[in-house]
Design a binder for this molecule. Structure first.
Ligand SMILES: O=C(O)CCC(=O)C(=O)O
Ligand SMILES: [Fe+2]
Length: 294
């Protein structure tokens, strides 16, 4: 099991939350972090460290294959072509490296996602399982990211600035660092510090909607560096395609009327999935399209 001590929280950085503490304390810390940052890190999260290491090794073996082999697996949607587990040929290749680690890692990500969603639900003053039904047929997916060292890092960005579209993201970054988050209160970019055996948790667009903007989705990006390659493994926890997204009824009232009108998750996701990595100006669905004028 993951065993480590929560690193001290710097005022300038997201809190590192120890999930093995008592539930009330964890819920309070998560609520505070979601409101202030739209993100936090978790330690003692229950994902076995040996499993994480096995999955990481499978990923490294995947990326160590000859470029021509990997090219055959690229998702051709224009622009940057990420390796997403959702993409069949890529998934088959990764599974052929270590099926057991892939399946178990996916199960652990699902388990941790539900646990976090329940803690977040409680932090909004809702019953523990209030949000679980939206994930009955969830459309979650993982991604593997490898950025080789770049001789001119100022001219390249690992991942362009964006918010994650789903409910929440569980991201494992390595000690090469590079992940940066935009502070909500002053727009400043801050590096997300590497904490051994921790996961970075980002609030996504759908939690912004359900919470009626009490929690705001995290704007983030990733930089490459000239000395070291970097790996990053995000897992995106997404609702079922048919879910109608709107602020949770119990969260809104006369003083806090709904800030978003209802829309379908599947349509939103489809538009972003095939638009996100192309021309950023192209016409894809964004939260602003569903905002209700205040
Ligand atoms: O490269 C990274 O670590 C960030 C990845 C990310 O934010 C994403 O894939 O949504
Ligand atoms: Fe992201």
């Amino acid at each position: 099991m993951a065993e480590c001590v929560a690193a001290s929280t710097q005022a300038n950085d997201f809190p590192v939350i120890d999930l093995s503490r008592n539930t009330a304390a964890v819920v309070a810390e998560i609520g505070d972090a979601c409101e202030k940052w739209g993100a936090f890190q978790v330690v003692n999260h229950g994902v076995p460290l040996e499993l994480h290491a096995k999955f990481e090794l499978a990923m490294k073996k995947f990326f160590a294959q000859p470029t021509e082999e990997k090219r055959k697996l690229r998702k051709d949607i224009g622009g940057v072509k990420p390796y997403d587990y959702g993409y069949e040929e890529f998934a088959k290749n990764l599974i052929s490296i270590n099926r057991e680690a892939c399946e178990e890692y996916g199960q652990e990500m699902e388990k941790l996602s539900f646990r976090l969603m329940e803690l977040i639900s409680m932090s909004l003053g809702l019953p523990r399982q209030r949000l679980n039904g939206f994930f009955k047929d969830h459309t979650s997916m993982g991604r593997l990211i490898h950025c080789p060292p770049c001789p001119t890092p100022k001219l390249a960005l690992g991942t362009h600035e964006h918010t994650d579209v789903g409910a929440l993201t569980i991201l494992s970054q390595d000690d090469a660092g590079g992940l940066e988050a935009q502070r909500t209160f002053d727009g400043e970019w801050i590096p997300v510090k590497f904490v051994p055996n921790a996961y970075v948790i980002n609030i996504g667009d759908m939690l912004e909607v359900w919470s009626n903007k009490k929690y705001v989705s995290l704007v983030h990006r990733a930089k490459v560096n000239s000395e070291r390659e970097r790996f990053s493994i995000p897992f995106f926890f997404n609702p079922a395609y048919y879910v109608v997204m709107e602020p949770i009824e119990e969260v809104t009232n006369e003083q806090n009327p709904a800030k978003y009108r209802a829309f379908n998750w599947g349509k939103y996701y489809g538009s972003r999935k095939y638009g996100n990595f192309k021309n950023p100006d192209m016409d894809v669905l964004r939260l602003k399209h569903f905002k209700i004028a205040e």
